[in-house]
Design a protein around this ligand. Structure first.
Ligand SMILES: [Zn+2]
Length: 315
Protein backbone atom coordinates (compact mmCIF):
# COMPACT_ATOMS: atom_id res chain seq x y z
CA UNK A 1 0.00 0.00 0.00
CA UNK A 2 1.61 3.26 -1.10
CA UNK A 3 0.38 6.11 1.06
CA UNK A 4 0.19 9.74 -0.04
CA UNK A 5 0.76 10.81 3.59
CA UNK A 6 2.78 9.16 6.32
CA UNK A 7 0.25 9.97 9.02
CA UNK A 8 -3.39 8.96 8.83
CA UNK A 9 -6.22 9.84 11.18
CA UNK A 10 -9.20 7.52 11.35
CA UNK A 11 -12.63 8.35 12.71
CA UNK A 12 -15.15 5.95 14.27
CA UNK A 13 -18.22 6.56 16.41
CA UNK A 14 -18.95 3.40 18.31
CA UNK A 15 -18.44 -0.34 18.37
CA UNK A 16 -21.20 -2.62 19.53
CA UNK A 17 -22.73 -6.07 19.07
CA UNK A 18 -26.09 -4.71 20.22
CA UNK A 19 -28.98 -3.24 18.32
CA UNK A 20 -28.35 0.47 18.95
CA UNK A 21 -31.69 2.14 18.18
CA UNK A 22 -30.45 5.72 18.54
CA UNK A 23 -27.69 5.19 15.97
CA UNK A 24 -28.61 2.42 13.57
CA UNK A 25 -30.48 4.65 11.11
CA UNK A 26 -27.61 7.16 10.95
CA UNK A 27 -24.54 5.11 10.01
CA UNK A 28 -23.33 1.49 10.17
CA UNK A 29 -21.25 0.85 13.27
CA UNK A 30 -18.64 -1.86 13.79
CA UNK A 31 -19.20 -5.12 15.65
CA UNK A 32 -16.51 -6.05 18.18
CA UNK A 33 -15.11 -8.68 15.81
CA UNK A 34 -15.03 -6.32 12.84
CA UNK A 35 -13.34 -3.64 14.95
CA UNK A 36 -10.70 -6.06 16.23
CA UNK A 37 -10.01 -7.13 12.62
CA UNK A 38 -9.49 -3.47 11.70
CA UNK A 39 -7.02 -3.08 14.57
CA UNK A 40 -5.13 -6.23 13.58
CA UNK A 41 -4.78 -5.01 10.01
CA UNK A 42 -3.74 -1.52 11.13
CA UNK A 43 -1.12 -2.74 13.59
CA UNK A 44 0.55 -4.76 10.81
CA UNK A 45 1.00 -1.73 8.57
CA UNK A 46 1.03 1.26 10.90
CA UNK A 47 2.27 2.46 14.21
CA UNK A 48 -0.49 3.72 16.50
CA UNK A 49 0.47 7.03 18.05
CA UNK A 50 -1.01 9.22 20.76
CA UNK A 51 -1.98 12.87 20.53
CA UNK A 52 1.20 14.19 22.10
CA UNK A 53 3.36 12.27 19.63
CA UNK A 54 1.09 13.33 16.79
CA UNK A 55 1.56 17.04 17.55
CA UNK A 56 5.27 16.59 18.05
CA UNK A 57 5.71 14.83 14.71
CA UNK A 58 3.54 17.37 12.90
CA UNK A 59 5.56 20.29 14.17
CA UNK A 60 8.98 18.68 13.95
CA UNK A 61 8.24 16.76 10.74
CA UNK A 62 10.12 13.64 11.77
CA UNK A 63 10.29 10.68 9.40
CA UNK A 64 9.54 7.14 10.46
CA UNK A 65 9.98 3.72 8.93
CA UNK A 66 6.35 2.83 9.43
CA UNK A 67 3.48 5.23 8.71
CA UNK A 68 1.46 6.29 11.73
CA UNK A 69 -2.23 6.23 12.55
CA UNK A 70 -4.18 8.21 15.12
CA UNK A 71 -7.52 6.72 16.17
CA UNK A 72 -10.39 9.08 16.96
CA UNK A 73 -13.98 8.50 18.13
CA UNK A 74 -16.73 11.07 17.76
CA UNK A 75 -19.85 11.94 19.79
CA UNK A 76 -18.90 10.52 23.20
CA UNK A 77 -21.03 7.36 23.12
CA UNK A 78 -20.85 5.28 26.31
CA UNK A 79 -19.67 2.30 24.23
CA UNK A 80 -16.24 3.91 24.25
CA UNK A 81 -16.06 3.22 27.98
CA UNK A 82 -17.83 -0.17 28.05
CA UNK A 83 -16.69 -1.83 24.82
CA UNK A 84 -13.89 0.04 23.08
CA UNK A 85 -11.53 1.17 25.85
CA UNK A 86 -11.06 -2.39 27.27
CA UNK A 87 -10.02 -3.60 23.78
CA UNK A 88 -7.67 -0.65 23.24
CA UNK A 89 -6.15 -1.02 26.70
CA UNK A 90 -5.52 -4.72 26.11
CA UNK A 91 -3.74 -3.90 22.84
CA UNK A 92 -1.99 -0.78 24.16
CA UNK A 93 -3.62 1.53 21.61
CA UNK A 94 -4.38 5.19 22.22
CA UNK A 95 -7.52 7.00 21.03
CA UNK A 96 -8.94 10.47 21.15
CA UNK A 97 -12.63 11.18 21.95
CA UNK A 98 -14.32 14.19 20.41
CA UNK A 99 -17.35 14.85 22.57
CA UNK A 100 -20.31 17.23 22.81
CA UNK A 101 -20.35 18.54 26.40
CA UNK A 102 -24.10 19.19 26.30
CA UNK A 103 -24.89 15.47 26.23
CA UNK A 104 -22.37 14.26 28.79
CA UNK A 105 -24.20 12.73 31.80
CA UNK A 106 -27.28 11.89 29.75
CA UNK A 107 -29.60 14.80 30.44
CA UNK A 108 -30.51 15.11 26.78
CA UNK A 109 -30.44 13.04 23.60
CA UNK A 110 -28.60 14.56 20.61
CA UNK A 111 -31.03 15.52 17.83
CA UNK A 112 -29.73 12.99 15.29
CA UNK A 113 -29.98 10.24 17.88
CA UNK A 114 -33.59 11.28 18.49
CA UNK A 115 -34.30 10.92 14.77
CA UNK A 116 -32.80 7.41 14.70
CA UNK A 117 -34.70 6.38 17.83
CA UNK A 118 -38.03 7.58 16.37
CA UNK A 119 -37.35 5.77 13.09
CA UNK A 120 -36.50 2.59 15.03
CA UNK A 121 -39.81 2.83 16.88
CA UNK A 122 -41.95 3.41 13.79
CA UNK A 123 -40.25 0.68 11.77
CA UNK A 124 -40.40 -1.86 14.59
CA UNK A 125 -43.88 -1.21 15.92
CA UNK A 126 -46.92 -1.25 13.66
CA UNK A 127 -49.15 0.72 16.03
CA UNK A 128 -46.58 3.52 16.34
CA UNK A 129 -46.20 3.51 12.55
CA UNK A 130 -50.00 3.88 12.16
CA UNK A 131 -50.13 6.66 14.71
CA UNK A 132 -47.46 8.66 12.89
CA UNK A 133 -49.39 8.41 9.61
CA UNK A 134 -52.04 10.65 11.19
CA UNK A 135 -49.58 13.32 12.34
CA UNK A 136 -49.60 16.56 10.27
CA UNK A 137 -47.52 16.29 7.06
CA UNK A 138 -47.08 12.52 7.39
CA UNK A 139 -48.94 9.83 5.43
CA UNK A 140 -49.30 6.07 4.98
CA UNK A 141 -46.01 5.68 3.20
CA UNK A 142 -43.52 4.38 5.77
CA UNK A 143 -40.52 4.99 3.53
CA UNK A 144 -41.35 8.63 2.95
CA UNK A 145 -42.15 9.13 6.67
CA UNK A 146 -38.74 7.69 7.59
CA UNK A 147 -37.00 9.96 5.13
CA UNK A 148 -38.92 13.03 6.39
CA UNK A 149 -37.80 12.31 9.95
CA UNK A 150 -34.19 11.79 8.96
CA UNK A 151 -34.27 15.08 7.03
CA UNK A 152 -35.25 17.22 10.03
CA UNK A 153 -32.32 19.56 10.59
CA UNK A 154 -30.51 21.10 13.54
CA UNK A 155 -32.56 24.29 13.45
CA UNK A 156 -35.89 22.44 13.37
CA UNK A 157 -34.90 19.84 15.91
CA UNK A 158 -37.84 20.70 18.15
CA UNK A 159 -40.00 18.89 15.55
CA UNK A 160 -38.35 15.70 16.71
CA UNK A 161 -39.45 16.38 20.29
CA UNK A 162 -43.00 17.07 19.13
CA UNK A 163 -43.16 13.85 17.12
CA UNK A 164 -41.66 11.82 19.98
CA UNK A 165 -44.18 13.30 22.37
CA UNK A 166 -47.08 12.58 20.00
CA UNK A 167 -45.89 8.99 19.58
CA UNK A 168 -45.42 8.68 23.36
CA UNK A 169 -41.75 7.80 23.00
CA UNK A 170 -40.25 8.73 26.34
CA UNK A 171 -36.81 10.04 25.47
CA UNK A 172 -35.62 10.78 29.00
CA UNK A 173 -36.67 7.30 30.05
CA UNK A 174 -34.71 5.87 27.13
CA UNK A 175 -31.65 7.92 28.08
CA UNK A 176 -31.74 6.80 31.67
CA UNK A 177 -32.15 3.13 30.77
CA UNK A 178 -29.56 3.12 28.03
CA UNK A 179 -26.94 5.60 29.29
CA UNK A 180 -26.28 6.64 25.71
CA UNK A 181 -23.33 8.96 26.37
CA UNK A 182 -20.29 8.99 28.60
CA UNK A 183 -20.59 10.47 32.06
CA UNK A 184 -18.28 13.00 33.74
CA UNK A 185 -16.96 10.22 35.97
CA UNK A 186 -16.22 7.98 32.99
CA UNK A 187 -14.48 10.83 31.16
CA UNK A 188 -12.20 11.36 34.14
CA UNK A 189 -11.41 7.64 34.29
CA UNK A 190 -10.68 7.55 30.55
CA UNK A 191 -8.42 10.54 30.92
CA UNK A 192 -6.59 8.84 33.78
CA UNK A 193 -6.19 5.76 31.58
CA UNK A 194 -4.37 7.96 29.08
CA UNK A 195 -7.12 8.54 26.49
CA UNK A 196 -7.69 11.97 24.99
CA UNK A 197 -10.92 13.92 25.56
CA UNK A 198 -11.47 16.81 23.19
CA UNK A 199 -14.06 19.02 21.60
CA UNK A 200 -16.72 18.28 18.94
CA UNK A 201 -18.84 21.43 19.34
CA UNK A 202 -21.32 22.11 22.13
CA UNK A 203 -24.37 20.25 20.81
CA UNK A 204 -23.45 18.76 17.44
CA UNK A 205 -24.74 21.37 14.99
CA UNK A 206 -24.37 21.30 11.22
CA UNK A 207 -21.78 24.08 10.84
CA UNK A 208 -22.83 25.03 7.33
CA UNK A 209 -26.38 25.66 8.62
CA UNK A 210 -25.06 28.18 11.16
CA UNK A 211 -23.89 31.75 10.67
CA UNK A 212 -20.29 32.59 11.58
CA UNK A 213 -21.27 34.00 15.00
CA UNK A 214 -23.09 30.81 15.99
CA UNK A 215 -20.32 28.59 14.61
CA UNK A 216 -17.81 30.41 16.78
CA UNK A 217 -20.03 30.42 19.83
CA UNK A 218 -20.78 26.69 19.60
CA UNK A 219 -17.08 25.90 19.19
CA UNK A 220 -15.89 28.26 21.92
CA UNK A 221 -18.38 26.88 24.44
CA UNK A 222 -17.05 23.37 23.92
CA UNK A 223 -13.41 24.52 24.08
CA UNK A 224 -14.13 26.36 27.33
CA UNK A 225 -15.64 23.20 28.79
CA UNK A 226 -12.44 21.30 27.92
CA UNK A 227 -10.32 23.91 29.65
CA UNK A 228 -12.52 23.99 32.77
CA UNK A 229 -12.38 20.21 33.06
CA UNK A 230 -8.67 19.92 32.25
CA UNK A 231 -9.32 17.93 29.07
CA UNK A 232 -7.67 18.78 25.72
CA UNK A 233 -8.36 22.33 24.52
CA UNK A 234 -5.74 22.19 21.78
CA UNK A 235 -7.96 20.43 19.24
CA UNK A 236 -11.45 20.45 17.80
CA UNK A 237 -13.28 18.11 15.39
CA UNK A 238 -16.19 19.46 13.35
CA UNK A 239 -19.46 17.62 13.86
CA UNK A 240 -20.62 16.09 10.52
CA UNK A 241 -18.48 18.14 8.17
CA UNK A 242 -16.41 21.29 7.79
CA UNK A 243 -17.82 21.72 4.28
CA UNK A 244 -18.23 25.44 3.42
CA UNK A 245 -16.67 26.60 6.69
CA UNK A 246 -14.76 29.77 5.75
CA UNK A 247 -11.23 31.03 6.44
CA UNK A 248 -12.78 33.67 8.65
CA UNK A 249 -13.93 30.99 11.07
CA UNK A 250 -10.47 29.43 11.25
CA UNK A 251 -8.69 32.76 11.68
CA UNK A 252 -11.00 33.80 14.50
CA UNK A 253 -11.06 30.53 16.40
CA UNK A 254 -7.26 30.14 16.27
CA UNK A 255 -6.84 33.76 17.36
CA UNK A 256 -9.26 33.38 20.24
CA UNK A 257 -7.57 30.18 21.41
CA UNK A 258 -3.78 30.35 21.48
CA UNK A 259 -3.70 26.74 22.77
CA UNK A 260 -5.59 25.42 19.74
CA UNK A 261 -3.21 23.47 17.48
CA UNK A 262 -5.37 21.59 14.99
CA UNK A 263 -8.96 21.25 13.86
CA UNK A 264 -10.35 18.18 12.09
CA UNK A 265 -12.77 17.43 9.31
CA UNK A 266 -13.82 14.01 8.04
CA UNK A 267 -13.50 14.32 4.26
CA UNK A 268 -11.12 11.37 3.85
CA UNK A 269 -7.58 11.62 2.48
CA UNK A 270 -7.39 15.23 1.31
CA UNK A 271 -5.32 18.34 1.81
CA UNK A 272 -6.92 21.53 3.11
CA UNK A 273 -6.04 25.09 2.12
CA UNK A 274 -6.06 25.75 5.85
CA UNK A 275 -2.98 23.79 6.90
CA UNK A 276 -4.13 23.52 10.53
CA UNK A 277 -7.36 21.81 9.48
CA UNK A 278 -6.65 18.12 9.00
CA UNK A 279 -8.94 15.67 7.27
CA UNK A 280 -9.75 12.32 8.88
CA UNK A 281 -10.84 9.11 7.19
CA UNK A 282 -14.32 7.84 8.13
CA UNK A 283 -14.08 4.08 8.61
CA UNK A 284 -17.74 3.20 9.15
CA UNK A 285 -18.69 2.58 5.56
CA UNK A 286 -21.03 -0.37 5.08
CA UNK A 287 -19.28 -3.64 5.70
CA UNK A 288 -15.96 -2.63 4.20
CA UNK A 289 -12.85 -3.57 6.15
CA UNK A 290 -10.35 -0.89 7.17
CA UNK A 291 -8.04 -2.29 4.49
CA UNK A 292 -10.65 -1.87 1.72
CA UNK A 293 -11.50 1.63 2.91
CA UNK A 294 -7.88 2.75 2.98
CA UNK A 295 -7.23 1.28 -0.47
CA UNK A 296 -10.29 3.11 -1.86
CA UNK A 297 -9.24 6.34 -0.19
CA UNK A 298 -5.73 6.10 -1.61
CA UNK A 299 -6.81 5.41 -5.19
CA UNK A 300 -9.48 8.13 -4.98
CA UNK A 301 -6.86 10.58 -3.70
CA UNK A 302 -4.52 9.70 -6.60
CA UNK A 303 -7.35 10.33 -9.03
CA UNK A 304 -8.21 13.70 -7.46
CA UNK A 305 -4.54 14.61 -7.55
CA UNK A 306 -4.38 14.03 -11.29
CA UNK A 307 -7.07 16.65 -11.72
CA UNK A 308 -5.63 18.95 -9.06
CA UNK A 309 -8.68 18.40 -6.86
CA UNK A 310 -6.94 16.82 -3.87
CA UNK A 311 -7.05 20.02 -1.83
CA UNK A 312 -10.09 21.63 -0.20
CA UNK A 313 -9.97 25.32 -1.09
CA UNK A 314 -11.75 27.67 1.32
CA UNK A 315 -13.03 31.15 0.68
ZN1 LIG B 1 -20.25 13.70 15.46
Amino acid sequence: MKLPFQDLILVYHLVSDEDVKHVKHLFPYRSVKHFENDLDFLSKHFEFIDWETFIKEKTEKTTRKKPTVLLTFDDGYSEFYDVISPILKRKGIYAMNFINPKFIDNQELMWRNKASLIVSEITENKSIENKLSKYPNFNNDLKSNVSSILKINYKNQNHLDKIAEYLEINISDYLQKNQVYLTTVQLQKLKNDGFGISSHGWDHPFYNQLGLENQLENTQKSLDYMKENAFLNDSFAFPFTDHLVTNRFFETIFNQNPDLKFTFGAAGIKLDSNSKNLQRIPVEIRNYTAEEILKNEISYYQLLKKFNKNKIIRS
